[in-house]
Design a protein. Structure first.
Length: 331
């Protein structure tokens, strides 16, 4: 996986990628699948509302993605934040407990699924999945669409972003996930905050940092990926870098660019191609790619050098089944 990482535990990810035949499969849209099962998440907490209201549904979605062939589960903590829970009247203790619950639910689903696979190993071609604790961007918490604009305004400083992320990161680390997944990072300042925080907190769990993109060339803020990746390349704590929740037709050229910019593993999990209206809080019908198209894309992304491939919003277990089938040639 490129140059030796300072973090020896980056090895869990390297091992998984190797076991998966050179390219591991991530899960797909988590909130999307909750909604498919009838969850109502039109709320400032978005999918994290389910941690309060319906944790069993979270288990169900994780199991569906494992069954579809995901080698990595991303937890339900994308929009789970301590201030977000406090503003619902929960105590700090309850908020922190819910964050830990998100890791526990995913880990228990993984363990349950893996135990069932091990009972009939000949019938399956699964790997023991890893659990990646989702850390959504500050923009996700704001719930104003700014994870797709990167525009946090002039009052948001590096220190403020580190303060926002610090306690949640500490709590999630205490819950001992296999990986940390920073998702939909929309600007350079937040990438820097994540990198500095991992160092300051001496985090030993390997991380990936993923950016969104709305023009297919730059971070949503308009800042160049060259500059964003310069910061990430200096980190010994980050094992993989890439793109999530951007349209799939941007991904191939971004993998090619990232290959030139970093020796880290490249991770891509785009959305279906639809666009999020952050004000109306709905997905706008636009260019949307189906599972067959994802199957085609996935081989191209793998051939271009991506090491972790999955789906984000509006993709489903059937998308992941298609990706897994083509990447692992499962029958
Ligand atoms: C990845 S977006 C669709 C998540 C939801 C957004 N942060 C909101 O709360 O509106
Ligand atoms: N892990 C989150 C990312 C949203 S962009 C989800 O799949 O819902
Ligand atoms: Zn998404």
């Amino acid at each position: 996986m490129g140059r030796e990482r300072g973090n020896a535990k980056g090895k869990v990810l390297e091992d998984l990628i190797e076991k998966a035949g050179g390219c591991a499969v991530l899960d797909g849209g988590f909130a999307t699948q909750l909604e498919k099962h009838g969850a109502s998440i039109n709320d400032p907490l978005w999918s994290a509302l389910c941690l309060i209201k319906d944790p069993h549904l979270i288990t169900r979605v994780h199991l569906e993605y494992l069954e579809a062939g995901a080698d990595v589960l991303v937890t339900s903590s994308y929009q789970a934040t301590i201030p977000g829970f406090l503003s619902r009247g929960l105590s700090t203790e309850e908020a922190e407990s819910l964050l830990k619950t998100s890791v526990r639910i995913a880990t228990e689903a993984r363990d349950k699924f893996w135990a069932s696979v091990k009972r009939k190993p000949a019938e399956h071609n699964y790997n023991r999945a890893l659990v990646a604790a989702s850390i959504g961007s500050y923009g996700a918490y704001l719930a104003d669409g700014s994870e797709y604009s990167g525009n946090y305004g002039p009052t948001v400083t590096l220190e403020k972003l580190k303060d926002f992320h610090r306690r949640r990161l500490q709590v999630l680390v205490e819950a001992r996930p296999d990986l940390l997944a920073f998702e939909t990072i929309p600007n350079k300042l937040e990438a820097q905050a994540c990198v500095e925080l991992l160092d300051e907190e001496n985090v030993e769990i390997p991380s990936w940092i993923c950016f969104s993109s709305v023009d297919g060339e730059n971070a949503p803020s308009g800042e160049r990926f060259e500059d964003c990746l310069d910061i990430i390349n200096k980190s010994s704590k980050v094992c993989a870098v890439g793109i999530n929740c951007a349209p799939p037709h941007f991904v191939l050229s971004l993998i090619q660019r990232f290959k030139e910019l970093t020796a880290m593993a490249i991770v891509v999990y785009p959305n279906s191609g639809e666009t999020w209206d952050g004000i109306a809080k709905r997905w706008l019908p636009s260019k949307c790619f189906d599972d067959e198209k994802f199957e085609l894309f996935a081989t191209k992304w793998r051939d271009a050098g991506a090491k972790l491939i999955g789906g984000c919003c509006r993709t489903t277990p059937s998308t992941i089944r298609s990706i897994s089938k083509i990447l692992k040639e499962r029958s």
